[in-house]
Design a protein around this ligand. Sequence first.
Ligand code: EPU
Length: 419
Amino acid sequence: MKIIEVIGNQTLSGQIRIGGAKNSAVALIPACILGSDDITLTNVPDITDIDVLCKTLEYLGVSVKRASQSLVINSSNMENRNIPQELSGKLRASYYFMSSLLAKYKHVEMHFPGGCSIGSRPIDQTLKVYKALGATVKEEGDLFTIDANELIGSHIELDMPSVGATVNALIVSCIAKGETIITNAAKEPEISDLIDMLNSMGANIKGAGTSTLTIDGVEVLGGCCHNVIPDRIEAGTYVILGCLVGNYLTIDNINPDHIKSLTDKLYEMGCDLEINSDNIVVNKSENYKSINIETKGYPGYATDLQQPLVALLTQCNGVSKVNETIYENRYMNVPELNKMGANITVDGRIATINGKTPLKGCEVNATDLRGGACLLLAGLAAEGKTTIKNAHYILRGYEEIAEKLANCGAKITILEVAD
Ligand code: EPU
């Protein structure tokens, strides 16, 4: 098991360079197999989720050349093989291959995708898209077999603006026959990034950043070079950390517009932020005010920054309330945070954080990616040593986390220990 040990309460100064967005890269990579030529991706984050997707590509016979933060993908010799559950069960984004294989071969068999257990995370909206385009879906336990004679464009209204269903709809429809219109689509920047890449490959997709996407199917897609957008969740996590322990901590290579819903809330709390065109400089302040947040789809407050923010809310004076509207099980970090000295109660979707309470280092357990990040932030702000077990969750989404933090003065070590 991987563990992270930190000695807290050290001031962090210097620069943290943000990598490419995990949730973009994990959609771009499966979409690459639609292209007939080389696709070069740059600014690809060096995280374990990308390792799994590269293994999946190789399993399908796709050529993958990986250098630091770049990938060259060529699928001219690929085969349509059933992706084993050991790979698809490791992350949610594996089901983007369901769409690219279906689009390319009109037949796919795949198990229910993996991902953090933060809620039930059904895939009904994606199946609705496949059916609307003319595919048949057979479900046996958690095995899905999807077939189509041909895929024909259609008008699909999503029941909710699901990121995954929007990605799948884009991938499956861009080489379908005729026009597809997706309404109530997700507007996340990672969706716009995917649209940019598909259009560079020759797709014809309009409406990026809006809730209506129009896809005019084309026969073939070619190659392209694409630079992955910066990771707004990694950026937001470190901005929050700067509010806890920063002294001129610069979070660099970011698009501050993508985390405006966070920085607006931080200003409301009284945080000291200097927002520039591609970086934010953060200083710790005293006497933060309590606030309330409600998680929403973009441009609302991101659910992925809910758990990291809770670490900071423990240091606000008064009662803060969080309403987690996206995932029903995204408070597994709370009992662990309470062990460190927080005073948080959870009632259904609402968490009530009673601040301010001092945090003390202890042994805690990461139960999911962003919950793990929350514990790491708390550990870096706490007195003494914090040991985070099951740290592999954190490494799924934060590249070179120990190096980036140690460069700014954090005392952090990642260790491998027997389970
Ligand atoms: N939903 C359904 N049916 C569906 C799809 C979604 O009911 O067919 C529900 C979900 O249960 C959830 C809500 O709709 O309550 C939103 O789910 P969505 O499909 O938007 O999420 P996702 O695609 O599974 C992606 C990110 C998550 C991020 C969410 C929301 C990836 C690989 N994952 O998940 O990222 O929380 O969008 O922004 O892009 C993370 O990075 O830690 C992470 C969990």
